[in-house]
Write a protein of this length. Structure first.
Lengths: 114, 115
């Protein structure tokens, strides 16, 4: 089946630094990619939807300047957590939508901010 | 908006016990329904899906039937194994316009199977 690669799988950073997470669709073109955040013992929360070549659409309550999303090509979307703080520590998951509307998930990236 | 409600965990079962995890949804239109599984330390994996009413999704001994009349998609397995220990998410996918689909997840149910 289709594969979505997410990198890095784990990252630890100091407070105040920025972290970039990549999401790649390896064998299909993803017209739309989604970024989710998973809080401990809670559901996945959709953060934003990104379409290739256009600005991401953020969900209510998600800071656009804090979580920068770029979808520069049909196979790559990036999420940059800017000026990270401990409360940004979480599990971030991307998913990619194929031209047929199927969704495939990345393995997730665990961010720990010290 | 769309929503998914699934039974809260954690659920602890003995090996070979019968499993049911309830899931109900509210949605406009005709969503597709999914169960995802997250094994410890891993990302989400699609377990099974159903795209229309009365469809039954099945995989690895798990089954779920799309019940439109009760807006439910309960997950069942006749005999669980220790390796089934994971967090299970019920989700629905609805068309959100411009050729894209949006997933709405339940809160997840943690299953622990003990030998």
């Amino acid at each position: 089946g289709a594969v979505v690669s997410q990198h890095p799988s784990r990252v630890i950073c100091k407070s105040g630094t920025s972290v970039k997470i990549e999401c790649r669709s390896l064998d299909f073109q993803a017209t739309t990619m989604f970024w989710y955040r998973q809080f401990p013992k809670q559901s996945l929360m959709l953060m934003a939807t990104s379409n290739e070549g256009s600005k991401a659409t953020y969900e209510q309550g998600v800071e656009k300047d804090k979580f920068l999303i770029n979808h520069a090509s049909l196979t790559l979307s990036t999420l940059t957590v800017t000026s990270a703080h401990p409360e940004d520590s979480s599990f971030y998951i991307c998913s990619a939508s194929s031209l047929r509307g199927e969704l495939f998930f990345g393995e997730g990236s665990r961010l720990t901010v010290l | 908006g769309d929503s998914v409600t699934q039974m809260e965990g954690p659920v602890t079962l003995s090996e070979e016990a019968f499993l049911t995890i309830n899931c109900t949804y509210t949605a406009t239109g005709y969503p597709s329904l999914f169960w995802y599984v997250q094994y410890p330390g891993e990302g989400l994996q699609l377990l099974l899906k159903a795209t229309k009413a009365d469809d039954k999704g099945s995989n690895k001994g798990f089954e779920a039937t799309y019940r439109k009349e009760t807006t439910s998609f309960h997950l069942e397995k006749g005999s669980v194994q220790v390796s089934d220990s994971a967090v299970y998410f019920c989700a629905l996918s609805a068309y959100s316009g411009a050729g894209s689909y949006q997933l709405t997840f339940g809160k997840g149910t943690k299953l622990s199977v003990i030998p």
